[in-house]
Design a protein around this ligand. Structure first.
Ligand SMILES: Cc1cc2nc3c(=O)[nH]c(=O)nc-3n(C[C@H](O)[C@H](O)[C@H](O)COP(=O)(O)OP(=O)(O)OC[C@H]3O[C@@H](n4cnc5c(N)ncnc54)[C@H](O)[C@@H]3O)c2cc1C
Length: 257
């Protein structure tokens, strides 16, 4: 690990894990990099453990290992639900949580879960580790606080109190990028996060406050409508995303009642 971090400091390279995003970029000619650093052989980065009361998921843990992990199933079932819907088995066998975070797509399926779980991203460099709350990780469209010489090494998830919920809406049930994706935690202070409605994943503090105050669901849906600014793009329209976001909110509330 130390050697990898020194190399990243000396002559920064593009880190690669499962390569499920990197190969697509190479195929489309949108990635010009010539130097790569393969993280897949660094065993500590693959581990999923519990430290104290914190779930620690190594950055190169694959979706398949997340689905199979008793720790994740018990503590963060909404991440297991998300992992089951990412790509198909081939992508789940290779794709990693760290790769999904680093790729930074606003349509990625794990970021809403990590936002709702109030996870922490652990970044490492030759100088040591630093911990960034997930809410502060992204700074804009596919942009983050991670420096070029840093690697994501793990995600730390504190205990999550309350019922967890995840739903992805895409063109098909499998192998589809999300048109909209929501994760939620039902507790006295409900937490909600949405993907594909903004340049980055977003928490919904005003909608959360309305639910916490006991607002009827129709009122919470109205607040949500004011709080998000989805766009028209190749995958969907703003109007469709608004309607589906409101429907998902009602479904979250009914399913976790
Ligand atoms: C057919 C197909 C279907 C897909 N379906 C979905 C889907 O349903 N939902 C979804 O969210 N995504 C989907 N994806 C996207 C992709 O599989 C995920 O984003 C996956 O988690 C990427 O992980 P990886 O290990 O393959 O990343 P890689 O391709 O290896 O890397 C992706 C990016 O992250 C960087 N990186 C990787 N690991 C680290 C690290 N530890 N530290 C710093 N930077 C790092 C790389 O430099 C690169 O920029 C799909 C992709 C394909 C090809």
């Amino acid at each position: 690990m130390g050697a990898a971090l020194k190399l990243m400091r000396r002559e920064p390279a593009v880190p690669i894990a499962g390569c499920t995003d990197v190969y697509v970029s190479l195929n489309f000619g949108t990635l010009a990099a010539a130097r790569f650093l393969d993280l897949s052989q660094l065993a500590p980065l693959r581990r999923i453990t519990v430290r104290g009361d914190t779930l620690v998921i190594g950055a190169t843990a694959t979706y398949t290992s997340i689905i199979r992990s008793a720790h994740v199933r018990r503590r963060l079932p909404m991440l297991v639900a998300a992992a089951r819907e990412i790509g198909g088995p081939q992508i789940q066998n290779r794709g990693t949580l760290g790769g999904n975070i680093a790729n930074g797509s606003p349509a990625g399926d794990s970021p809403p879960v990590l936002a709702a779980a109030e996870a922490v991203v652990v970044l490492a460099s030759a100088d040591g580790d630093r911990r960034v709350p997930f809410a502060d990780y992204y700074t804009g469209y596919r942009a983050s606080v991670k420096r070029a010489d840093e690697l994501i090494v793990a995600v730390e998830v504190p205990p999550v109190e309350g019922a967890q919920w995840f739903r992805k809406v895409g063109t098909r049930a499998a192998q589809a990028i999300s048109k909209i994706v929501m994760a939620g935690v039902r507790s006295a202070a409900p937490r909600l996060a949405l993907g594909s409605v903004a340049p980055t994943v977003v928490r919904l503090p005003r909608t959360e406050a309305a639910l916490a105050a006991g607002a009827p669901i129709a009122e919470a849906q109205r607040v949500l409508g004011d709080e998000i600014r989805p766009i028209d793009d190749i995958r969907s329209t703003s109007a469709y995303r608004r309607r589906v976001a409101a429907n998902l909110l009602a479904r979250f509330w009914a399913d976790t009642a």
